[in-house]
Design a protein around this ligand. Structure first.
Ligand code: 13P
Ligand code: SF4
Length: 303
């Protein structure tokens, strides 16, 4: 174990902290995680921990979600610049206009949104539960924000009318149908597993469409020995570590989320040493945003 990792673990104990890490984080950060997961799993973990401090190794909306759920804890993000461009593609004001146009349609907000946008929404979802959440709603017309591609995918799985927003993930759109076809040609026995943020032509070529933790679970369960992975490349580290007998191929090496890659061990150390950067949300917004996240978590517990 390196001196830096030892120092992080010592500080973590002193501060009564827990380190939550998203599946796209750099390998060395994944390796010090107390919990490694997808957006849904990480928000569930945030509500379950007894720790006083949460070091959130992911992007801003994820740390913000942890704070919304646990305002009595200190939530730290090691690099304040780690945002999610998709989350910034909609704001509360523009959402209010859309709601005025469709007053009878509940708003389902992907967790990749700001607290202000969540506060204007009825229920949140993640890539792990979007279809089930939409099906569970007592409405035939639904506003789905901000990811149009996740929205297309959901719309293809339900009879409900889905009103989309023009948002998308700039990382997942780099994965092209051609990349999948090429990879399949090189590895004809491989299964194709992609994230629902991918474009519809990529999704049409997939054997499975799963959240990041869904991919990790599936990789363990499937009989396939080779899998082509259509999502951010950071997840390949975890997949290989957990399945040394299987082969994983990134559908595109270009699918790199620069915001996820801002983090490193030094920054985790300094986050704990200096107790920075604290993520907070104004109380009025937090309470409303919490309602939308709680609705999702209540649903996910029943599920
Ligand atoms: P997951 O919830 O599947 O981990 O996805 C989060 C994300 O940001 C995907 O780009
Ligand atoms: Fe946002 Fe896309 Fe990065 Fe996920 S991969 S955090 S959606 S930019």
């Amino acid at each position: 174990m390196s001196k830096l990792v030892e120092d992080i673990l010592r500080l973590k104990k002193e501060r009564k902290a827990v380190i939550l890490v998203h599946n796209y984080q750099p390998p060395e950060v994944q390796d010090i995680a107390d919990y490694l997961g997808d957006s849904l799993g990480l928000s569930q973990k945030a509500t379950q921990t007894d720790a006083e401090v949460i070091v959130f190794c992911g992007v801003h909306f994820m740390a913000e979600t942890a704070y919304i759920l646990c305002p009595d804890k200190t939530v730290l993000i090691p690099d304040v610049a780690a945002g999610c461009p998709m989350a910034d593609m909609i704001d509360a004001e523009r959402l209010r206009f859309l709601k005025e146009e469709h007053p009878d349609a509940p708003v389902v907000a992907y967790v990749n949104t700001t607290a202000e946008v969540k506060a204007e929404s009825d229920i949140c979802c993640t890539s792990a539960n979007a279809v089930k959440i939409i099906d569970s709603l007592d409405a035939n017309k639904i506003i789905f924000i901000p990811d149009k591609y996740l929205g297309y995918y959901v719309a293809s799985k339900t009879d409900k009318e889905i009103i989309l927003w023009e948002g998308y993930c700039p990382v997942h759109i780099k994965i092209l149908a051609d990349d999948i076809l090429k990879a399949k040609k090189q590895h004809p026995e491989a299964e194709i597993v992609v994230h629902p943020e991918c474009t519809p032509d990529v999704i049409a070529l997939a054997d499975k469409v799963l959240s990041t933790t869904g991919m990790c679970n599936h990789a363990k369960e499937t009989k396939s020995k080779e899998i082509i992975i259509g999502t951010e490349v950071g997840i390949i580290h975890r997949l290989r570590k957990e399945n040394p007998d299987k082969k994983f191929y990134a559908a595109s090496e270009l699918a790199v989320c620069p915001n996820m890659k801002l983090n490193n061990l030094e920054k985790v150390f300094w986050a704990l040493e200096d107790m920075k950067y604290k993520v907070r949300v104004q109380e009025k917004i937090r309470e409303k945003a919490r309602e939308a996240i709680d609705q999702m978590l209540r649903f996910s517990r029943i599920d």
